[in-house]
Unconditional design. Structure first.
Length: 254
């Protein structure tokens, strides 16, 4: 079996680390050999034990002291230093030789997505099938405009990382009625436009609807997969989407 890599991305607190641990459990239960790579240099508690951990290579606290940096500066520097350790990280992955590598990305999405080190890691870490899961934090999407702005972020990340991307909505267990709204918005352009018209007018309305039409034209909105990392709801659909992307190469080969 060829190595398949799943990057888990999304805004801070959207559920990346928890989803990483759940995916680990899911694939392990199904008999696959899974490894987890933690790419977050500054994380303190994670709900799994990473097989490969960038905190073994860079120490944010000592960077702060050594270079007299604040926490943000140190994390930026740490992220760039991780890229310079890519060969060692790769060696560790090769030694473990898993079927699946799940990569939990840094708490701050911009570090991974917008600094060149993130893209460098994606390109150099693994050479086989790769995909990115982008998490829409259900708790952040309280209005149709929030939905459009996070969709725009997801699109920006997709452009930046240039990976096949699965869009996932998290925290469906705690968002109540909003879940229905979000699913309506993500599947019906006219419903979403009406909801935006009810929320705003003028410049914000035309900006939002113009962005939305652009996103919709590129087939963006379809396929937002709702899940709960707590109850496991929706995992079957997510796993289906992952295997459609990741097994494509192997099916073509057969
Ligand atoms: N209720 C609920 N809480 C979640 C879900 N996913 C994550 N959380 C919680 O949200 C917080 C942030 O999750 P975490 O995985 O650390 O987010 P990260 O910053 O993206 O890695 C934690 O307290 C999680 O337990 C979910 O689907 N449902
Ligand atoms: Mg995390």
């Amino acid at each position: 079996m060829r190595l398949k890599t799943i990057f888990v991305s999304g805004t801070a607190g959207s559920g990346k680390s928890l989803l990483t641990s759940k995916l680990y459990d899911y694939y392990t239960k199904n008999g696959a050999f899974v490894s987890v790579l933690n790419l977050d240099p500054a994380v303190e508690n994670i709900p799994y034990s990473p097989d490969i951990d960038v905190r073994d290579f860079v120490d944010t606290l000592s960077i702060m002291q050594q270079y007299d940096l604040g926490p943000n500066g140190a994390i930026v520097m740490a992220t760039d230093l991780i890229a310079s350790n890519v060969d060692q990280i790769k060696d560790q992955v090769n030694n473990v030789n898993p079927d699946y590598l799940i990569v939990d990305t840094p708490g701050q999405i911009e570090l991974f997505a917008y600094r060149s080190s993130g893209k460098f890691l994606i390109e150099n870490l693994t050479s086989e099938e790769k995909t990115n899961i982008f998490l829409f934090d259900g708790a952040l999407i309280t209005t149709p405009i929030n939905f459009v702005s996070i969709s725009l972020l997801a699109t920006s990340i997709r452009l930046r990382l240039n990976l096949p991307t699965i869009n996932v909505l998290t925290k469906t267990d705690v968002i109540g009625q909003n879940l229905k709204n979000i699913l309506h918005w993500s599947t019906s352009l006219s419903t979403l436009e009406n909801a935006i018209a009810n929320e705003t007018d003028g410049e914000t309305y035309s900006l939002t609807t113009n962005i939305l039409r652009g996103l919709n034209l590129s087939g963006f909105a379809q396929g937002l997969i709702p899940i709960s990392n707590v109850t496991g709801d929706g995992f079957v659909n997510l796993e289906g989407a992952l295997s459609r992307i990741l097994n494509l190469g192997e099916e073509v080969e057969d």
